[in-house]
Write a protein that binds this ligand. Structure first.
Ligand SMILES: [Zn+2]
Length: 404
């Protein structure tokens, strides 16, 4: 029997009362109402807070208050394990929810601020030997799968390289740190059947691997793609496609692109991006116990370079560097805007042709007049705000240079 005070709902008036609790029933004895009996499932017992009187609320809203905390605890311990468990579960659910929210906020903050800072720091810690081997491996894999030898005349290649070396000298950079290469892009033709694969996957045990006759184990036929593009590999190797050289209308335009690529190397953008996605992949792998993501890190660099998948922030940084250096070298940044627009237009029309399934040579006639071209550029840019922004920035840098 637990002694206490009984309060009617919303009343501060109290009278003496006694409560007894069994496994299933409670009996509340008050002078006013005698014995009231009910199920213990229908009463709410407040949590214990030190020696503060416990409150037990009944279905009618009346309330029993007692200082016999120990007696209540003893009954709860004996009969309400399940409810205690539920109670604990509920409060741990609340705790878990708080945990999830805190974790989410931490992840977002880390992703937004911590990760870029950490990646930047780590990117500069990558030793030269690792940069070099990343570069060599990447170049090798690009040569295997995406590149073909350049068809630019040797003399033309040498001329461009000499101009780039001159630019680097003027900027106190060593041309040996930024070797330049020319390539054509190509893809495997998927429309032709390849007898090659079946024949070569079951090599004849008696023959030497290299003795297979020419033509049987050849690479599948490839289609050249005239995609104007330039890349910089982590150790400083800069690659220009033939199509980009052909698209340029002056050495200054090539210099503009070259300086942009130099910036990617100097600011270690490829490494930063690689470290970023590695941290994400490794974190996810550790959290989810799935290690298949590790392979993606290895194949990530060629994809990154080919897709020009640098973040906007990196592109903007490289552009700014390029404009500053151009102004220092007395090259008008408008050259960057010009070749950038031409590059994007060409890529867009390649995309369209690709979508329409037309041949690459076919569709150059309908944008003949200059007016049409300008319209097309304007239309393209309006749907590519990122490119438009970069072109605008180049024009602003050019205006700044003119007004010096
Ligand atoms: Zn870039």
């Amino acid at each position: 029997m637990i002694k206490g005070k009984w309060h009617l709902p919303k009343s501060s008036a109290a009278s003496d009362a006694e409560l007894s609790l069994s496994a299933t029933e409670y009996v509340l004895h008050t002078l006013e109402r005698g014995n009231q009996v009910g199920s213990v499932d229908d009463i709410q017992i407040s949590d214990r807070l030190g020696n503060i009187p416990r409150k037990i609320v009944f279905p009618d809203g009346s309330m029993f208050e007692t200082t016999e905390n120990d007696a209540i605890d003893a009954w709860q311990k004996k009969h309400r394990q399940q409810n205690n468990w539920l109670h604990k579960f509920e409060s741990s659910m609340r705790l878990a929810l708080v945990g999830v929210v805190v974790t989410a906020i931490t992840v977002v903050l880390f992703y937004q601020y911590g990760l870029p800072a950490a990646s930047k720091g780590l990117a500069y810690l990558v030793p030269d030997s690792v940069r070099q081997s990343l570069t060599d491996q990447t170049m090798e894999s690009l040569d295997d799968s995406w590149f073909e030898a350049s068809e630019l005349p040797e003399a033309r290649q040498a001329e461009i390289k000499a101009e780039f070396a001159d630019v680097l000298h003027q900027l106190d950079l060593n041309p040996d740190d930024f070797p330049v290469a020319f390539r054509q892009m190509s893809i495997k033709r998927l429309d032709v059947s390849i007898p090659w694969e079946e024949e070569c996957q079951t090599p004849d045990a008696t023959s030497e691997p290299d003795s297979s006759p020419e033509g049987i184990c050849d690479e599948p036929e490839r289609t050249k793609l005239d995609i104007p593009n330039a890349f910089a590999l982590p150790a400083g190797q800069v690659v220009f496609t033939d199509a980009l050289v052909e698209l340029s209308q002056s050495q200054d335009e090539l210099n503009a692109i070259f300086l942009h690529e130099i910036a990617h190397v100097e600011k270690r953008h490829a490494l930063q991006q690689m470290v970023r996605s590695s941290i994400i992949t490794i974190s996810l792998a550790l959290m989810l116990g799935d290690v298949s993501g590790f392979e993606e890190i290895a194949i990530g660099i060629p994809v990154l370079l080919l897709g020009s998948k640098y973040s906007r922030e990196f592109e903007a940084e490289a552009d700014e560097y390029s404009f500053d250096q151009m102004i220092a070298l007395d090259i008008d940044p408008i050259n960057f805007a010009n070749i950038m627009q031409r590059m994007e237009m060409t890529r867009a029309s390649l995309d369209d042709q690709h979508k329409l399934g037309e041949s690459l040579e076919d569709d150059t006639s309908n944008s003949d007049s200059e007016e049409n071209q300008i319209d097309a550029i304007a239309e393209y840019l309006s749907t590519h705000p990122a490119t438009q922004k970069r072109v605008e920035a180049a024009k602003q840098a050019s205006a700044k240079m003119q007004n010096r």
